[in-house]
Design a protein. Structure first.
Length: 161
């Protein structure tokens, strides 16, 4: 096999094995607050850096970031939580003045794919209310749900063992 082709194949495999990808960007209202969920896939243990920004009036407004310096007015009204595959921005006291295109940008140290960027247009009157946390959403198996619900079903005499 040609050495050039071998190197290209190895680099392609490494790139696929060590990449992150934004799977979904969604926005909803949680009371008076805007919540923007940036769901991503990460196949490495390398550190994640991020930036949440808003594009409005032909200008980028950085809200929360580990990549650059955020704007003080938006940073003071926002909070970011990070979990295994979810980066969540909350913008407190969301008003129509905060409408615009919200951008989630991710970068994982040592990743071959570069920054991942996704955006969503947010208009207050068109936002849905955020759903509550559900066991079904959290990829809980049906068997586990059944086992957890057995005492309740026994209490109402629906199932007798």
């Amino acid at each position: 096999m040609n050495p050039t082709i071998s190197i290209a194949v190895i680099l392609t495999v490494l790139q696929a094995a060590h990449c992150q990808k934004i799977k979904e960007l969604s926005a909803c209202l949680l009371g008076q607050n805007l919540r923007v969920d940036c769901r991503y896939e990460n196949k490495t243990a390398n550190p994640l850096t991020y930036e949440f920004s808003m594009f409005k009036d032909n200008r980028k407004h950085v809200i929360q970031t580990t990549l650059s310096v955020p704007e003080n007015t938006l940073k003071a009204r926002s909070d970011v939580t990070l979990s295994k595959d979810l980066l969540c921005l909350q913008l407190f006291d969301f008003t129509t003045a905060d409408e615009g295109t919200y951008i989630c940008e991710l970068k994982i140290t040592g990743d071959y794919t570069g920054n991942q960027i996704k955006n969503i247009t947010v208009i207050k009157d068109k936002l849905e209310k955020c759903a509550g946390i559900s066991l079904l959403i959290q990829n809980t198996s049906w068997l586990l749900l059944l086992l957890l619900s057995l005492p309740l079903l026994q209490a109402v005499d629906f199932v007798s063992l």
